[in-house]
Design a protein around this ligand. Structure first.
Ligand code: SF4
Length: 62
């Protein structure tokens, strides 16, 4: 699974970074971005939790 964060949709709420900091982190614009591409198998479930938790559905599959 390969993910990215739509920078125009991210409102910097912190949900994804809080749920799965191994995959999501802040960039210099203080928006979330995906630091593991592709997402390792062992982090797929928690990454999907982060996707579901995103209030603006900014986390998308490539
Ligand atoms: S959960 Fe969505 S809106 Fe919140 S920081 Fe992550 S990508 Fe941005």
């Amino acid at each position: 699974m390969r993910l990215y964060v739509d920078q125009d949709l991210c409102i910097s709420c912190g949900a994804c970074v809080g749920i799965c900091p191994e995959v999501f982190d802040w960039n210099e614009e203080e928006k979330a971005w995906v630091v593991k591409d592709p997402v390792p198998a062992e982090l797929m479930e928690v990454s999907r939790e982060a996707m579901d938790a995103c209030p603006t559905e900014a986390i998308l599959e490539k």
